[in-house]
Design a protein around this ligand. Structure first.
Ligand code: COA
Ligand code: AMP
Length: 633
């Protein structure tokens, strides 16, 4: 079938389309309804059905004769380790860990927070939760203790799984101290913590609370898969929204398994035995979907890489991994390629490697600039496929579905709507805009399987954030347009979310932290263009009158405060003190206008501006930091 035929089938008869896709998953009990729309916008896929996601990712392949096929390749240049796990080995480790969780009192529906580095045990932890029907919530290691505390309070985990340390290039990150501090701050306390001791940094345990991971596993017993409802949550993953409070995206078991498997074959064109490498982190949705669940569900070997594109040890790191592990498809963020290009613009390091198994490069997480896309194409001589999606959906909304039909590539566009997604572009009145005109990108309900069910403990927040702007549509938060050929072009966010090196962060969260400094009267944080990371945050701060501290001291304190409260991943390294902020007459801060000034792009002075002269003050101030001069062009 062509792309167009497949796409039409998915929209004209979604129930039939997804029921067919669901045949590729093993169910303990079939569904009563493919799609239950009785409580829209809370749609339920495969209601009445029972399955186990871990069974489908591991045990099923063993039962189908793939026990000795490699399931997971762990490659850690920073830890100097390489290790392979067959499906049987991975299943056995996961079943033992599930036994440990059971002994710690974890049962179906209990939450388990996972705060861990990129080691195989993190993947095992997720699958062990799935095995017993517990709901995992992985928190990215680059977040500070405060962020972890917020997530502990919201998810209320019975236990937390962590490791003694992470390794960031050449420095050790003391995860255990971050964990201890988060638990101290949180008002909700977990019963136990299971700590994986890494040889690089063994840590001491808190009596009565902490349990040694390796010791517990050595005394454990294997536990079998527990059938769960297709509509039971598999995981909660927190993501940034407009406010400082993270939103707990809830993913189901059944719809997710079906969507993951379908996407592996139809979007990425991968089969059992291929080697797939998603160079991301398990703390992000890309890691959940494409390091852990999707490849394993498809019996595709997955690569877990604990390293960076550059510096571990050089910009040839990706080529080394691709060659050594016979990777067929790599998925990463454009920023990783910009980092390689910066250090090795001519691709000299590639000459040391032969990528004879390598077929395709997929990029997502942020807008892929055509320069980076063409650089990667010229270097690698394989198709470079941009695709657009979000934490909320767990898989691509717009892509070039290579498993169906390879469409012509237009640099700068992620191509067309993926089957299952009715993507539309609306104006503020809710009317479809003309081709080529920019509007708010929405998805007509129902969305396909795999998309968020709700926000954890916050049904109203789910409706408010996504479903209330346009009745019957999901608001993606991105603006863009469709061209004459129905290719989508994703241009910018419509909210206060910024994208730093493919990591989604809320400017509201930064502003809350800056405003908590005793000398700050008011502030605004904007995302400004950055050659490497796409965007970086920049703080504009107005001080209270009578402040005597030197500006430089205050700026250093603000930078440190963001590191402590949000984490190093926020990459907050620049702030400036100004006399006043530009506002509308009703008091709304003109962030978008300041962003245009910083990036030296065209803007209109808003008619409602309180005092236009202030924009000149902002221009002068930004110039001091080198902004407004086309520094990134
Ligand atoms: N645990 C603890 N700290 C972490 C961390 C983790 N898992 N991940 C990142 N950090 C820290 C880094 O050590 C760094 O701290 P520093 O300020 O003390 O140096 C900070 O967070 C920023 O890290 P990072 O975003 O990795 O930036 P970088 O400047 O060190 O490297 C790139 C730049 C482009 C190489 C890097 O961003 C990268 O590899 N990006 C890939 C994109 C990606 O995976 N995106 C995920 C979505 S697909
Ligand atoms: P996250 O939920 O962290 O994956 O971030 C999702 C957001 O990242 C999207 O809403 C977009 O703003 C941006 N994004 C992701 N992929 C792309 C892409 N291919 N092109 C443009 N923006 C993207």
């Amino acid at each position: 079938m062509t792309y167009q035929e497949t796409y039409s089938h998915s929209l004209n008869n979604p129930q039939d389309f997804w029921a067919q896709a669901a045949q590729d998953i093993d169910w303990y009990q079939p569904w009563e309804q493919v799609l239950d729309d009785s409580n829209a916008p809370f749609y339920k896929w495969f209601s009445g059905a029972k399955l186990n996601t871990c069974y489908n990712a591991l045990d099923r392949h063993i039962n189908n004769g793939l026990a000795n096929q490699t399931a997971l390749i762990y490659d850690s240049p920073v830890g100097s380790v390489k290790k392979k796990f067959t499906f049987r080995q991975l299943r056995d480790e996961v079943a033992l860990l599930a036994g440990v969780l059971r002994d710690m009192g974890v049962n179906k529906g209990d939450r388990v927070v996972i705060y861990m580095p990129m080691i195989p045990e993190t993947t095992m932890a997720m699958l062990a939760c799935a095995r017993i029907g517990a709901i995992h919530s992985v928190v990215f290691g680059g977040f500070a203790a405060d962020q972890l505390a917020d997530r502990i309070n919201d998810a209320q985990p019975k236990v937390i799984l962590s490791a003694s340390c992470g390794i960031e290039v050449n420095k050790l990150i003391d995860y255990k101290s971050l964990l201890d501090s988060a638990i101290e701050q949180a008002h909700y306390k977990p019963e136990h913590c299971l700590i994986f001791q890494r040889p690089q940094m063994p840590v001491s345990m808190i009596d009565g609370r902490d349990i040694d991971w390796q010791q517990a596993c050595s005394q454990s017993h294997a536990v079998d898969c527990v059938p769960v409802a297709a509509t039971d949550p598999l995981y909660i993953l927190y993501t940034s929204g407009t406010t400082g409070n993270p939103k707990g995206v809830v993913r189901d078991n059944g719809g997710h398994a079906v969507a993951m498997l379908w996407s592996m074959r139809n979007v990425y064109n991968l089969k059992a035995g291929d080697v797939f490498w998603a160079a991301s982190d398990v703390g992000w949705v890309v890691g959940h979907s494409y390091i852990v669940y999707a490849p394993l569900l498809n019996a595709t070997t997955t690569v877990l890489y604990e390293g960076k594109p550059v510096g571990t040890p050089d910009p040839g790191a990706f080529w080394r991994v691709i060659e050594e592990h016979k990777v067929t498809v790599l998925f990463t963020a454009p920023t990783a390629f910009r980092a390689i290009k910066k250090e090795d613009p001519k691709g000299e390091y590639l000459k040391n490697y032969t990528l004879k198994h390598f077929r395709t490069l997929f990029l997502a997480g942020e807008r892929c600039d055509p320069d980076t896309l063409h650089w990667a194409e010229d270097l690698l001589h394989v198709p470079v496929i941009d695709h657009w999606w979000q934490t909320e959906t767990s898989w691509a909304i717009v892509a070039n579905c290579l498993g169906i039909e390879a469409l012509p590539i237009k640099a700068g566009s992620p191509t067309k709507s993926v089957p299952g997604y009715d993507v539309q572009v609306l104006n503020d009145q809710g009317e479809q805009v003309a081709k080529g005109s920019i509007g708010n990108i929405v998805i007509k309900l129902p969305m396909p399987p795999g998309c968020l069910m709700t926000l954890w403990n916050n049904d109203q927040g789910f409706v408010d954030a996504y479903m209330s702007r346009y009745s019957g549509y999901y608001l993606t938060g991105d603006a863009g347009y469709a061209d004459e050929d129905d290719y989508l072009w994703i241009m910018s966010r419509i909210d206060d979310v910024i994208n730093v090196a493919g990591h989604r962060l809320s400017t509201g969260a930064f502003e809350e932290v800056l405003a908590s400094h005793p000398d700050v009267a008011e502030c605004a944080v904007i995302g400004v263009a950055d050659k490497l990371k796409g965007e970086v945050p920049l703080g504009l701060v107005v001080l209270k009158s009578g402040v005597t501290q030197a500006n430089d001291t205050i700026i250093q304190e603000l930078i440190q405060l963001v590191r402590e409260k949000i984490g190093p991943v926020a990459a907050f390294k620049q702030a400036m003190i100004i006399e006043r902020l530009p506002k509308t007459r009703s008091g709304k801060i003109l962030r978008a206008t300041m962003r245009c000034i910083a990036d030296n792009t065209a803007y209109k002075i808003p008619a409602t501006i309180d005092d236009p002269a202030i924009l000149d003050e902002i221009k002068t101030a930004l110039k001091v930091l080198g902004y407004g001069l086309n520094r990134n062009s």
